[in-house]
Design a binder for this molecule. Structure first.
Ligand SMILES: [Zn+2]
Length: 70
C-alpha cells in the first residue's frame, strides 16, 4: 500500500478544500463523464476534465473533450 499526497485545491470563494465530483450524462449512444472540483460549502464548481464515450457499431470511441491540467 502506498500513500500518495493528494493535491488539495482550495475554493477561491471561501477557502474550503474542494471535493472531486464525478457526473455522467447519457445522450442516446453517448455518455459524457465530467470530473469537477466542488465546494461543499458555497457550491462553487470548477470543471477539471470531461470525457466523451461514444458507441459506433461495435466500436467505442473515448474522446477527452476538456482537460484543465496538461
Ligand atoms: Zn466555497
Amino acid at each position: 500500500m502506498s500513500i500518495t499526497k493528494r493535491n488539495l485545491v482550495m475554493c477561491p470563494r471561501c477557502g474550503t478544500s474542494l471535493q472531486m465530483a464525478v457526473e455522467s450524462e447519457h445522450r442516446g449512444k453517448e455518455v459524457i463523464i465530467s470530473y469537477s472540483h466542488l465546494c461543499p460549502v458555497c457550491r462553487y464548481k470548477e470543471m477539471v476534465e470531461q470525457i466523451n464515450i461514444r458507441l459506433n457499431g461495435d466500436k467505442i470511441y473515448i474522446v477527452k473533450q476538456y482537460e484543465k491540467f496538461k
